[in-house]
Design a binder for this molecule. Structure first.
Ligand code: ADP
Ligand code: ZN
Ligand code: ZN
Length: 826
């Protein structure tokens, strides 16, 4: 008999697929695209079945394979379009296909639990007793009282039929005496075994069982009577558990009533709707598109009618009405019987958009983003998959949404860094959207006021169709931007202040006129560094080469990279001096400064510290919209796409700090952020104003942003990229080797460098290995290689061959992180 073998992608950082035997009982359900639970090393993983092959008989290779343990889905969850995109992405980013598929199915992981059971040796040790007369052949741990207690509890729950105790339960039962170290020693001594079991398939449809009254006549008394009375009282229909509670009856009673025809039991699915779709819809007034909008919409409709893959770049300045162009294009797609996908960087920051879309598209709108519960996301996912949703609004991973017959993909704020996943696998949803469009024969619309250099160059060369919206909708036009040189401010006032006189005056004026202001400072926390005045040491994170930030409200120093925090020391950790100086200003201090300088003003702060908790950002932004806040200050979160007509002033503090650490995209990022935040001012009927403070404001990114001159900036920036052979004139990949030991990191990076150079040939430029600009992160040293190539194919091939060679040692390849098209080279 020939066995069947499954080819399975597992979510581990290895690019190869793994083979598992298919047990005959599971064979009918093993279809391409279902999730399976498979053993992997000492663990169990949710894998994705990609192919079923005939094995070569029980004696051969197939017989030696580990079997698939469970099939999680009755129907495949991966369709060919999504799988095709995931395959492309895995190749393109040199990532593991299993990890890429996991991104495509967020939240759809089997719940795996760790369980402990006692081994034969464990039982023997327990029975031998733990006193002074202990058996010398037993491991020392067997006589430790705390460890024996763990052993005892595990023994109680282990049975020959495979029962075991969940690790959580074990901890709870043993209580405070439980030490992970003891458990680890018991495992190492072979007395206890810890394994994993798949406890559930992950999210499922939410079902509710209802009882429906048929007839109360001729029923018996007692419990049956009580049930029917309760049901009659409830109007003939009630949820079963509620009915049981009200009547005090048991399930059996309901079943006999059903048999006798008194009632019917019915299971129905309760759709879990994302919160923002349940909120009252926002009716936006019907608008007449401007001439420029009409042109853009028509161009998209034409591309759509032609029925072939096209990419358009909608380059519209802030407030030019890009959203209206997207929405009308989506309407056109829906009218033509196709479906549309609308990607935005972070839905949490544009909460009103979901509600506006809901009012426009109604029930056929689906929402996908990380703020949903697994259950909500799963229900939305199934609504999309079934084709019932015609329009999908989502963030990064929604690029993998199983939308059938996709006709249009919109990528709003296409330049935004949050389209790039900053952990493995590092894909960029904007770029995958284009590939998806190509595969589906769809029209892709990228939109931005500040397009990325990549997209802009494509549009320049004619590969993307450029659709310009050069004018603002309102009468006011773009706001004038004033630059305040803080060096000069200091000369004149002779004291160090956070707010310049000019900005303070402008803020006061807005309060008098009952208009609103935004103030951007792109650094969280109170102070941004802690310095010892005696020895000059900065307090750095123990794990990262990063100064720690003081968070006053939490009374802690915090690392913004690894999020580790520590108490604020009273004296210098290196010399003991009491003269610690907390310098630099973050948003928390700015909030205090503003409240102090403008008593009575309603000041609120928006940054990652205040944005915790579901719906908190939405609530805050709604209050700004309603005019309940005078000044909203915060990090770049305040710059994203908001449309508040009553905001007439935008202040930017420390604009030069936006340039940050040296990185080839630093200028582009600073320009984008400045232009975006400046674009929040004067969007209504009243004219706006922008005030930018900096110590050093001569960088071209700051200058061009202050002049609203995208073309000037792009020309200058592209010349620099060309001269340095940076993207978009080359393809770039960053390879980072991490290790707790600095020496090993260097040695391994040198080795990676050797393999890479051997594979690369002449046409690839390889720089390094050298310490990465952020040399230490999360306790690991980071050594970097940069690969620049004229041809993407050649670069992919060289990197793939290098990885294949490194993958012979899986432990080592996990320490090598490849980032293709990196957003930064830090
Ligand atoms: P962008 O995304 O380009 O910055 P928005 O799409 O937010 O701009 O549009 C800015 C404002 O102009 C919004 O309040 C929008 O409702 C309004 N708007 C858009 N198009 C029109 C139009 N044709 N007529 C009147 N108002 C419009
Ligand atoms: Zn000191
Ligand atoms: Zn850190």
């Amino acid at each position: 008999m020939s066995l069947l073998v499954a080819s399975v992608a597992v979510p581990r950082p290895l690019r190869r697929l793994f083979s598992y035997a298919i047990p005959p009982a599971l064979a009918p359900r093993c279809r391409r695209g279902v999730r399976v639970v498979v053993p992997f090393g000492r663990r169990k993983l949710t894998g994705y079945l990609l192919e079923v092959l005939a094995g070569d008989g029980p004696q051969g290779f197939a017989g030696a394979l580990k079997p698939i343990e469970q099939v999680l889905d009755p129907e495949p969850v991966l369709d060919d379009a999504v799988l095709g995109l995931a395959r492309f992405a895995a190749d393109y980013y040199l990532a593991s296909l299993g990890e890429m598929i996991r991104c495509a199915l967020p939240g759809m992981q089997a719940v795996v639990r760790q369980v402990a059971s006692i081994t034969r040796e464990g039982r023997a040790a327990l029975e031998a007793g733990g006193g002074v007369l202990r058996d010398a052949s037993l491991p020392a741990i067997a006589s430790d009282p705390a460890a024996r207690e763990i052993l005892g509890v595990v023994a109680e729950f282990t049975s020959d039929r495979g029962a075991a105790i969940r690790l959580e339960d074990l901890k709870r039962r043993v209580g405070p005496r439980f030490k992970a170290r003891d458990l680890a020693r018991l495992r190492r001594a072979g007395l206890i075994e810890v394994t994993e079991i798949a406890a559930s398939a992950g999210p499922r449809p939410l079902l509710e069982e209802h009882a429906i009254l048929k007839t109360a006549e001729g029923a018996r008394g007692g419990r049956q009577r009580l049930v029917l009375d309760a049901l009659t009282e409830a109007g003939g229909r009630l949820e079963v558990s509620e009915l049981l509670r009200r009547s005090g009856a048991a399930r059996g009673t309901l079943r006999s009533l059903e048999r006798r025809g008194h009632l019917a039991l019915e299971t129905r699915e309760i759709p879990r709707l994302p919160v923002s779709l349940e909120m009252p819809v926002l009716d936006s007034p019907e608008v007449t598109p401007t001439t420029d909008q009409v042109k853009a919409i028509q161009a998209i409709r034409d591309a759509f009618a032609a029925g072939t893959f096209t990419t358009c770049l909608l380059h519209g300045i802030t407030g030019s009405g890009k959203t209206e162009v997207y929405l009308r294009s989506i309407e056109a797609a829906v009218q033509a019987g196709r479906r549309a996908l609308y990607l935005v960087p972070e839905i949490g920051l544009t909460p009103l958009l979901a509600r506006r879309m809901r009012s426009r598209f109604g029930e056929v709108l689906a929402l996908l983003h990380s703020g949903l519960t697994d259950g909500e996301r799963y229900d939305e996912w199934r609504r999309i998959r079934s084709g019932r949703a015609l329009v999908v609004l989502g963030a990064r991973s929604a690029v993998f949404a199983p939308v059938p017959d996709l006709g249009l993909i919109v990528v709003d704020e296409e330049h935004d860094a949050s389209y790039k996943q900053d952990e493995h696998p590092r894909y960029n949803a904007r770029d995958l959207a284009i590939m998806r469009g190509k595969m589906a024969g769809a029209v892709v619309v990228l939109g931005s006021a500040t397009p990325s250099m990549e997209s802009y160059l494509q549009a320049q060369s004619g590969r993307y169709r450029l659709l310009p919206l050069p004018e603002r909708i309102g009468r006011a036009g773009l706001p004038p931007v004033a630059r305040v040189d803080m060096r000069q401010e200091f000369e004149e006032t002779r004291h160090e202040s956070v707010l310049s006189r000019r900005l303070l005056q402008a803020l006061e004026e807005r309060l008098r006129r009952r208009e609103q202001s935004l103030v951007l400072l792109n650094r969280r926390g109170f102070s941004t560094f802690a310095l010892c005045r005696a020895c000059g040491e900065q307090i750095q994170c123990r794990h990262c080469s990063i100064p720690m930030t003081l968070h006053l409200r939490q009374k802690r120093l915090r690392c913004h990279y690894c999020d580790v925090s520590r108490e604020v020391p009273a004296s210098c950790p290196s010399c003991g001096s009491g003269h610690l100086h907390f310098g630099g200003t973050g948003t928390e201090r700015l909030e205090e400064v503003l409240k102090g300088a403008l008593p009575g003003a309603r000041v609120e702060r928006l940054d990652r510290d205040t944005a915790r908790g579901r719906g908190s950002v939405e609530a805050l932004l709604t209050r700004v919209e309603r005019g309940e806040i005078d000044i909203l200050l915060g990090t770049q979160m305040i710059a994203k796409g908001h449309d508040f007509p009553n905001v007439t002033l935008v202040g930017v503090l420390a604009a030069d700090a936006l340039l940050g650490l040296p990185d080839f995209r630093a200028g582009e990022r600073a320009f984008q952020l400045l232009a975006q935040v400046a674009g929040r001012s004067g969007r209504g009927e009243r004219e706006g104003e922008v005030i930018v403070q900096a110590y050093y404001a001569d960088h071209h990114a700051i200058r061009f942003a202050c002049e609203h001159d995208f073309t000037g900036f792009a020309t200058r920036e592209l010349a620099y990229r060309r001269a340095m052979n940076y993207p978009p004139y080359s393809t770039l990949a960053s390879v980072i080797v991490r290790n707790r030991s600095e020496d090993r990191a260097r040695a391994q990076a040198a080795q990676v460098g050797q393999v890479l150079r051997k594979r690369a040939g002449r046409r690839l430029q390889i720089m390094g290995p050298a310490p990465a600009p952020l040399e230490r992160l999360r306790g690991e040293y980071r050594v970097q290689l940069l690969v620049k190539a004229g041809s993407r194919k050649e670069m992919q091939a060289a990197l793939a061959e290098t990885l294949t060679e490194l993958e012979r040692d899986p432990g080592r390849v996990e320490r090598v992180a490849i980032d293709v098209d990196p957003m930064s080279t830090l």
